[in-house]
Design a protein around this ligand. Structure first.
Ligand SMILES: Cc1cc2nc3c(=O)[nH]c(=O)nc-3n(C[C@H](O)[C@H](O)[C@H](O)COP(=O)(O)OP(=O)(O)OC[C@H]3O[C@@H](n4cnc5c(N)ncnc54)[C@H](O)[C@@H]3O)c2cc1C
Length: 364
């Protein structure tokens, strides 16, 4: 299997943080997966069968990953490639390797006359990471077209085919962040695209398009909207939305709405209300805020940007500061969407304590 030692990860994370790992493995076949050394997701955890095992992190294209320390754990970067199309009477079944680029897949499908993913154009990252947080944008999410996910389980060293139901998709969530978390990795994804296609134009910004718009017109509009609002990580390093949109119960929402009648809100099927994290941050006056080499994007308050810091801890300090400002104003806790990785593996970082002054993260 292809692997490397003392590998720089700076070009493998969209925050452009200077980090490196002692080992990186690039498995591209089942046999190579079976050769991976014994690893644990968390070296500090007592819940491991082998205390000598090294901690690890599964990396796609690093566009939802923040390396918090300059030393990263052992990295596994799956390299399963290939796109296979199986045309049926009324639908297409498309099977894609985890290492394929998401946006390239969207463009490829449209070029083949396979429609459905156009609203998800220009989302950075790999196909293998898409099921993990059930990527979504402009009223569509990954789960809408998922038929099956092929998942390699470390313990049994075997491949499992998980149906859409098995994956338990929810808002920015799936079984891969819950019960299957760090117990294996995704090698392949299978989509089902019905031939009977209708443009999904429900979302603000797409509702100006004609009802008979083509998939290409929808994609062009999505790309234009995203390019206007979101910084290109190659120009201004970032990882997209840093925080999730918070969910609150009806009682909390009623109190907030009384105080802030214009608060954007999206009622959920389970009775909860989703709030717009970007709006909450904007109301604290932090849109466009900059502290030394990191800041809050000028057009989109939910995106934290790196103007030139080498250190993931600078982003953490900023995130804590934002979290505190939002809690003080709204009593709502923002939780990170971005995955935060230390030398010991991924950390959830309860960001709240000690946020003042910015830059002090001694209680990590
Ligand atoms: C400018 C910008 C805009 C964005 N817009 C959106 C958006 O509109 N909607 C949205 O949902 N997201 C958005 N994101 C976030 C990001 O694009 C997605 O989370 C994407 O799926 C990350 O892919 P990746 O390969 O870079 O994942 P990575 O950052 O490498 O990994 C993300 C997570 O997936 C896990 N993972 C990666 N590959 C595998 C695998 N093969 N098997 C198992 N686990 C794996 C990692 O361990 C980690 O937990 C945006 C990011 C940026 C930078």
């Amino acid at each position: 299997m292809h692997s490397n030692r003392n590998y720089s990860l700076q070009s493998s994370n969209s925050f452009n943080i200077k980090a490196s790992c002692s080992h990186i493995y690039f498995p591209s076949t089942l046999a190579e997966l079976q050769q991976l050394p014994e690893l644990t997701a968390d070296k500090t955890s007592s819940n491991t069968s082998d205390n000598n095992a090294d901690s690890f992190y599964i990396l796609g294209e690093g566009s939802n990953t923040l390396f918090v320390e300059s030393q990263a754990p052992i990295i596994i970067q799956p390299k399963f490639t290939g796109i296979d199309i199986d045309e049926q009477d009324d639908h297409f079944v498309v099977t894609v390797g985890a290492a394929e680029n998401w946006h390239k897949l969207v463009c490829f499908c449209l070029a083949q006359g396979i429609y459905g993913l156009e609203n998800l154009a220009l989302i950075p990252g790999s196909v293998g990471a898409a099921p993990v947080q059930n990527i979504g944008a402009y009223g569509v999410e990954f789960a809408d077209f998922c038929q099956q996910v092929q998942w390699y389980e470390f313990a049994s060293k075997t491949l499992h085919s998980l149906t859409k139901q098995d994956c338990r998709f929810a808002y920015r969530d799936s079984i891969f962040k819950q019960a299957h978390y760090n117990k294996g990795l995704i090698t392949q994804v299978t989509f089902n695209f019905p031939k009977a296609w209708q443009a999904n134009l429900t979302y603000a910004g797409l509702d100006t398009l004609a009802q008979n718009s083509t998939a290409l017109e929808v994609m062009t509009q999505v790309i234009a909207l995203r390019s206007r609002k979101l910084p290109d990580p190659k120009q201004l390093p970032n990882a997209g939305s840093f925080f999730k949109n918070p969910l609150v119960n009806q009682k909390v929402f009623a109190q907030l709405q009384q105080q802030y009648p214009k608060i954007p809100h999206y009622p959920q099927a389970n009775g909860e209300v989703k709030l717009a994290a970007g709006w909450l941050i904007e109301q604290t006056g932090l849109k466009g805020f900059r502290h030394e080499a990191v800041g809050v994007h000028q057009q989109q308050a939910l995106v934290l940007v790196n103007y030139g810091s080498d250190f993931g801890s600078d982003i953490i300090s900023l995130a804590k500061y934002i979290q505190r400002q939002v809690v003080d104003k709204f009593s709502v806790l923002l939780t990170p969407e971005v995955r935060m990785v230390t030398q010991q593996g991924e950390r959830s970082f309860s960001l709240l304590p000690d946020v003042n002054p910015i830059g002090d993260n001694s209680n990590d």
